[in-house]
Design a protein around this ligand. Sequence first.
Ligand SMILES: Nc1nc2c(ncn2[C@@H]2O[C@H](COP(=O)(O)OP(=O)(O)OP(=O)(O)O)[C@@H](O)[C@H]2O)c(=O)[nH]1
Ligand SMILES: [K+]
Ligand SMILES: [Mg+2]
Length: 451
Amino acid sequence: MNHSPLHHESRTEPASRAGDTIIALASGAGVAAVAVVRISGPSTRAVLENLIGTLPVPREGAVRKIGDIDRGLVLWFPGPASFTGEDMAELQVHGGRAVVQAVVEAVLAVRGTRLAEPGEFARRASRTGSLILTEVEGLADLVSAETEAQRVQALAQAEGGLRRLYEGWRGELLKAQSLMEAGLDFSDEADVAADAARQAADVVAPLLGSVETHLADRSGERLRDGFRVAIAGPPNAGKSSILNALAKRDVAIVSEEAGTTRDVIEVHLDVGGVPVIVADTAGLREGGGRVEAEGMRRAVLRAQSADLVLWISDAADPMPAPLGRFGDVPIVSVTNKADLLPQRGAVPEPPSGIVVSAKTGEGFERLVAELGRRAGAGIEERAASPITRTRHRVELVSVRDALKRFVNPDLDAELRAEELRSAAHHLGRLTGRIDVEDILGAIFSEFCIGK
Ligand SMILES: Nc1nc2c(ncn2[C@@H]2O[C@H](COP(=O)(O)OP(=O)(O)OP(=O)(O)O)[C@@H](O)[C@H]2O)c(=O)[nH]1
Ligand SMILES: [K+]
Ligand SMILES: [Mg+2]
């Protein structure tokens, strides 16, 4: 095996090399005060003996000379009580490039070691059972969390929030399944079988209710992916000016020429801990050239797929929002250029509308507060563990549909039992007890190296 640090391992089949000892710089690349080198696998002990001599007390930091390279903090986590479930170690050394390079090379000089692939530590953790799929996903989200509310949600999932929920459901399903199977065993005694089926239905009914409530809550996905706001309205209403004012920088071109914006321009905002993705779009009007028409087409598409539309119009020429044009996406009307009004109150506020001036900043506090209120809706009062990914939703819809078919008493008992098996299968895919490898590949590709 090639042990050069420059050698890139194939990402496709780490399973075949699960017995290797992997090593990675777990802290960020570049010069830093401290760099953390992480090691996991059966040769970890040999690596430590090679570099520092005798092993430190498990899970207690010890300052040691690391070869003749550096002096640093050494942590030794014998398996299975480690993140990966294997023998692991962390070396905290001075974060200079030469130090890190020399430490990495010294580790790689030990037989059976190689550089880790992205997410390979977490993958090992899931393989040894110390993490399940939803926890791995939570970790991935924690690493990439950009706002406080995202961090809180990711940590809850990483610490087993969804795992407890889904494993509880799995227990209920198993109960219902064994009742149905027992009924099938007594199928020649009709009333025993019917009684078992009734008992199973009593278990499934509240479970189905819980799954439906869980599915109805989209706040977790919205928080993970960001609350999507589209700025739309007639040309020259000041849409791009409002985007720039929200972003506090010159993102979009502003000019007095109608039809300035053509492409959709996005900025990511942190509104009270919730990620909000605001998109500026082309002004909507009749006519216009081919390029402008394409801009308008994109504007409408974007607004239709948003969580909220800010409908901007000019105070001098207020224009009602085009109801229905953006599907059932909620619309907040914003009247811009308040600074140009001859006197305050000359224009009555449109219903649920906000009056602002992108020029003076007037009204932006209210606008941002409204965005925060909409984006954060349901996050405070929701259940502790919401769905956070489409993957969860897809499996849960299958679980719900199978349970719905199960509760139909006209269905043959054999088929009803099959529906429970199908529900259990999809629940198993959620937690990663079933078909885990294909899902793992997709998740681990999100990780950085060393996680
Ligand atoms: N006085 C005043 N002028 C404004 C305000 N907001 C925008 N403008 C001016 O209105 C003109 C159009 O602004 P834009 O931000 O380009 O408008 P837009 O809606 O993005 O225009 P299109 O992209 O062409 O649809 C520019 O000359 C801006 O300086 C405001 O609050 N007050
Ligand atoms: K313009
Ligand atoms: Mg514009």
